[in-house]
Design a protein around this ligand. Sequence first.
Ligand code: FES
Ligand code: FES
Length: 229
Amino acid sequence: MGKRKRDISRRQFLEGSGAVLVAATAAPKLRAQLSTQPETGGAAAGVPSTAIRIVVNGAEHRLEVEDRWTLAELLRDHLGLTGTKIGCDRGECGACTVLLDGKPIYSCSNLAVWADGREIRTVEGLAHGDQLDPLQRAFVAHDGPQCGFCTSGQLMSAKGLLARNPHPTAQEVRAAMTGNICRCSNYNRYVEAVMAAAATGDAKTSDRGAGRSTPAKRGAKASASAGGA
Ligand code: FES
Ligand code: FES
């Protein structure tokens, strides 16, 4: 042991110390990368919370969510997806509509914990990069959005309809969007837009791959470009 100590040169000692320092500096980062712990999601200490796994617009999230959070709160306040709007916050206006496993729901009236293991699609998940979804293009072409506050909810209700019924009648469109109130009363334009999108057939095909959790998607950060605060 003593002989070995004497055999270590000053240079070897410094090289060894440097390696330890590099390792010590890198360790927290490495630990963070290897951690399997869920994101805190902003849950407050001492408040009942639950670890959930959700896929939002194709990106997987493992989060610790407070049991009292609504899905709208989780999306807007903790995932930064502010395209989903909160109007009434009590299940009356439809501004907060998102797709849960492809079905339109009011995110203000569903708890975030109920979404565990499920796929959510928000208005931010409609466009592909700079390419608006055909339904969004139809909304613009037909002057659907006026103040725009209800628009993301209208889009998601229409998207849910076209996924299950690619060629609806005008009456079916009205029925599907009856839960989405528009204070600007632009209902006829919204119905026209959905009918136009359905007529092209693109609104349905643009869904290919949406909501599927691929490795590439899991690494991607959900874009909030489609919605303001
Ligand atoms: S904000 Fe959810 S229904 Fe009005
Ligand atoms: S466009 Fe203004 S509330 Fe619908």
